[in-house]
Structures are given as structure tokens and as C-alpha cells.
Ligand binder design. Structure first.
Ligand SMILES: Cc1cc2nc3c(=O)[nH]c(=O)nc-3n(C[C@H](O)[C@H](O)[C@H](O)COP(=O)(O)OP(=O)(O)OC[C@H]3O[C@@H](n4cnc5c(N)ncnc54)[C@H](O)[C@@H]3O)c2cc1C
Length: 467
């Protein structure tokens, strides 16, 4: 147990910039050590926050008193068998991918933070990313989990294992969009612990599936305006849905508005454009067939071949990824310099509502940068307030956007989760049955509400703040 405040200080924030507090830090190396910590915490009623790389943007990794359990010393890759890799939860996604690359394989979920985040963090938040357009979120790739329950009991959950009969079932209506807002309506025991944001158990080891590496061509298409980019995205999505291995069957469709492109003008061949799309096309039919079909599409929507930056080699694709990843990083740098908070949306909406959401995003009352996963109708509007008054206006605007997205059948969070930052809105917008059943499951698994207390939702009857 570490009690040095100077050491603990490094574990009190995540990418939300909330600052928490904690009395002690544990850095266990085995599941049995994790179990002993949780048994003791449950007995003493001490809150515990699991902590990994702390890249969460929602405050979910920020402790609110009590103890921190960091998974940083549990980062071993335990085995690789066929397509399944077993690893301790604290392993970095980058380390996992490096191992898989040696076997000609990759882990499909690709949160933009993959160079720094961990497997356990990705599982706990059901992280997704650009490639989720084709491969879905982390949940789909998890085969089994070792979990320490808040009571200190150790379980192994395998795909298909039934949920114990006395665990309350989460009631949530089916969703037309990808969502990381709250617990899943779990189909099996593994599902219960994916996307639970550290509130139901600490994952100590995971077995996840991988795919063989496929060569891809990356295309950055600079468009005169949003309309052309959106038309191209719609057409590409229709084609991919009709034939997942067709000539136009991208694995990601990423959007950039004019402001996003201006931020990365030194990293792309085009200094200015009205909008752009970045797509990755797996080469399954011969490069010429794919390039020909994409150029036809470019032409059909009113862009030109001169507006296309294409790459198939490692260096070119890395440059495209660097440009894509630089957008959120540079937004953050700008806000840190200004000393103002980032207000970023993580909303997704059904196809029919995307055009209205686009209009709403573009009517933001403060300067903004719009980019993200257009293939999933999931854009990140980053509002960049310049004053305290603009912060208030931006927050109110974000709330109105969230209400509109949910009203249209969308979600408050498509990938980042709820955490502490969006808890009040989750409690406001979530269907009552979802909240009631989620609280019942939490109460059953964590009778003392010690684990990540105050993350995602509160108890119906508030618990005392211990620790
Ligand atoms: C620049 C940037 C880009 C990002 N891009 C994306 C993106 O494209 N897609 C996306 O989905 N997210 C994205 N994120 C959010 C974040 O990176 C992901 O949610 C990530 O998976 C969190 O992993 P982590 O290891 O940092 O976990 P942490 O931030 O440390 O923890 C996240 C949550 O998981 C819990 N937790 C961590 N480990 C465990 C465990 N072993 N058992 C139980 N609970 C645990 C924590 O308590 C907390 O609730 C981004 C963040 C940043 C800063």
C-alpha cells in the first residue's frame, strides 16, 4: 500500500482533467492480491477506483476518496493460441498489437488513444474507434475474462456462460446506434463486465480475438464542402452494407470539417479544403479494382481525383494516421494553453437524423472543430470557448445537442462512456427501467457500493462518502 501523497498525486486525474482524491494506492501483481484488497475494502466500506492508463475522457478513472487499484503491474501477455490472445488487463493495446503483428494479426478495436491505453481500460469502457465501422466495439472481440468481484470473489466468465440466475437483468431498449452509455443488456456473463466502467468488477485477465492483417489503401479525399463529403460517406456506407467485401467496402469513414483540416494543414498535402473524408479500404480484390471504384464514387459526388491523397505503404498510412490522431491532440493543446475546459460531444444518431445533427453541429455558438466517425454517424464536436461566458454557452449547447440526439433514437455516448462527467445527464436521459435495473445489478454485485462509487449513476439512496 502506497500512502505518499506525491506518488498518489499522479493517479488523481484522467483525460477529463477532473481532479480526484485518494488516501492510498495499490499496485497489485496478481488477481489474488486484487481480491484481498477488495475483500478488505468491502469489509471497511472503503471506496475503490480501478485505474489503468487514465486516458478516460469522462472522469471514470478519477477516484473520489478511498483507494486506487492500479493495474499497471499486471501487463503480461500470457499466451497466444490460434486467433485468441490472453493477456493481463494492464497490458497496453500498443504492446498487444506489437505481439500480434509478429504473428501477422491485429486487434480490431482501435481507440485513437491506442498508443497509451490498456486492454482492461478498453474492455471496461467498451472502447471503439475509427475501425468500429467495420469491426464493432471491443465487446465483440472479448472471449473470456477473469474478474474480481467487489466482494473479492474471483470468477472466470467465458462467452456463452449464462448470467447467474440471481443477478438482476439490465433492461435496455434495443439501439439503432453504437452506444457506450450505461450497462449492456448482457447476453452472457462476459457482456456484464464489458462497458461497466469499473463499477461491477476489476478485470485482471482477458482472452481476446484477433484478425489476420489485411493490406489496406488509405484515401484522404478533400471535398469542397460538407455536402460532398456526406454524400460520399452515405454512398460508401450503402456499398459496404450491400457487400462487405466489395470494391467499395471501407473499414472506416472519418470526417474532418474545415477547422479540423486547418489544425493539421502541416500534416496533409492540402492546406485548405471545405471538408475531408479519410477511409481505409481493405484490399481484397486487387488494388486497381478498389481504386477504380473509389475514383468513380469521388467523381459521382462532385469531388475530383486531384483531391485524393492515397497511400498503401506503411509510411504513407502512418502519415495519414498521424494526421487523423493529431486533431484531438491539437484541440487539447489549444485548450490547455487557454486554460479552458474542453467540451466535446460523443453523440451518435441513426442514419435518418445525421443531416439534422450536422446542421446543429455547424450552428455551434462558440468556435468549434468537428471530426470523427461519420460511418457510424458519430462525430466529435469539440467546442472551444474563449471565456467563462462562452463555457456556459457551450455547455448549454452540448446539453441541447444531447437531448436532440437522444430524441432521434441516438445515444449520449457512443464510445467514451459516462464516467463522472456525464452522470447527471445519463440519469436525466436514461430510460427509467435501465436505471432501476442497473442499480439493482450494482447492488447485487457490490452491496457496499465500494467500486467506482459515483461513476455512471448514483445509488437511488445516496451512500455516505467514505474514505
Ligand atoms: C486522445 C484520446 C483519444 C481517445 N480516443 C478514443 C477512441 O477513439 N475511442 C474510445 O472508445 N475511447 C477513446 N478515448 C477514451 C479512452 O482512451 C478509452 O476509453 C480507453 O479505452 C481507456 O483506457 P485506459 O487504459 O486509459 O483506462 P482508464 O482511463 O485508466 O480507465 C477507464 C475506465 O475503466 C476502468 N478500468 C480500467 N481498467 C480496468 C480493469 N482492469 N477492470 C475494471 N475496470 C477498469 C476505470 O476505473 C475507468 O472507469 C480517447 C482518449 C484520449 C485521451
Amino acid at each position: 500500500m502506497e500512502r505518499d501523497p506525491d506518488v498518489i498525486a499522479g493517479y488523481l486525474t484522467d483525460a477529463s482533467n477532473l481532479r480526484g482524491r485518494a488516501e492510498a494506492l495499490f499496485r497489485p501483481t496478481t488477481a489474488h492480491e486484487v481480491a484481498a484488497i477488495l475483500r478488505r475494502a468491502q469489509a471497511d466500506g472503503v471506496p475503490v477506483t480501478p485505474s489503468a492508463a487514465r486516458t478516460a475522457t469522462t472522469g471514470s478513472a478519477c477516484p473520489d476518496g478511498g483507494w486506487i487499484v492500479s493495474l499497471e503491474r499486471m501487463r503480461a501477455i500470457v499466451g497466444f493460441d490460434g486467433d485468441v490472445v490472453a493477456a493481463q488487463a494492464g497490458v497496453g493495446l500498443a504492446d498487444l498489437d506489437a505481439l500480434l503483428e509478429g504473428h501477422g494479426r491485429f486487434f480490431p478495436p482501435d481507440p485513437t488513444s491506442w498508443r497509451s491505453c490498456t486492454l482492461g481500460g478498453a474492455i471496461a469502457t467498451d472502447a471503439s474507434g475509427a475501425r468500429s465501422f467495420r469491426y464493432g466495439a471491443t465487446r465483440r472481440w472479448v472471449e473470456a475474462l477473469d474478474v474480481v468481484l467487489p466482494t473479492g470473489d474471483l470468477i472466470r466468465a467465458r462467452r456463452g456462460d449464462p448470467i447467474p440466475a440471481d443477478w438482476p437483468r439490465v433492461q435496455r431498449p434495443p439501439s439503432a446506434v453504437k452506444s457506450a452509455a450505461g450497462y449492456a443488456a448482457a447476453a452472457d456473463c462476459v457482456d456484464v463486465f464489458v462497458g461497466q466502467e469499473g463499477t461491477l468488477g476489476i478485470v485482471t485477465q482477458a482472452w481476446v480475438r484477433s484478425l489476420p492483417v489485411v493490406p489496406v489503401v488509405g484515401l484522404f479525399v478533400f471535398c469542397p464542402d460538407r455536402g460532398v463529403a456526406a454524400a460520399m460517406s452515405d454512398a460508401a456506407r450503402r456499398a459496404a452494407r450491400a457487400d462487405a467485401s466489395g470494391a467499395v467496402s471501407p473499414r472506416c469513414i472519418e470526417y474532418f470539417d474545415r477547422a479540423a483540416l486547418a489544425l493539421i494543414s502541416d500534416l496533409t498535402p492540402r492546406a485548405a479544403a471545405g471538408a475531408a473524408l479519410f477511409v481505409e479500404q481493405p484490399i481484397v480484390r486487387g488494388l486497381d479494382a478498389h481504386l477504380g471504384a473509389w475514383l468513380e464514387l469521388v467523381d459521382a459526388v462532385g469531388a475530383t481525383a486531384d483531391d485524393v491523397w492515397a497511400a498503401t505503404d506503411r509510411d504513407g498510412l502512418d502519415r495519414m494516421h498521424a494526421a487523423r490522431h493529431a486533431v484531438p491532440a491539437r484541440v487539447n493543446e489549444r485548450l490547455v494553453r487557454a486554460g479552458l475546459p474542453k467540451i466535446g460531444t460523443d453523440l451518435a444518431v441513426p442514419d435518418a437524423a445525421m443531416s439534422r445533427m450536422f446542421d446543429a453541429y455547424e450552428a455551434a455558438p462558440v468556435p468549434s472543430v468537428l471530426f470523427g466517425h461519420l460511418g457510424d454517424n458519430h462525430l466529435h464536436l469539440n467546442l472551444l470557448p474563449r471565456s467563462v461566458d462562452e463555457v456556459a454557452a457551450a455547455r448549454a449547447y452540448h446539453h441541447a445537442l444531447a437531448a436532440a440526439a437522444i430524441d432521434s433514437g441516438g445515444t449520449l455516448s457512443a464510445e467514451h462512456g459516462i464516467g463522472r462527467v456525464k452522470k447527471a445527464w445519463f440519469e436525466e436521459f436514461a430510460p427509467p427501467d435501465l436505471l432501476v435495473s442497473s442499480r439493482a445489478l450494482k447492488q447485487r454485485l457490490d452491496p457496499g457500493w465500494i467500486l467506482s462509487r459515483g461513476v455512471m449513476f448514483d445509488a437511488a439512496t445516496p451512500r455516505g462518502a467514505a474514505g
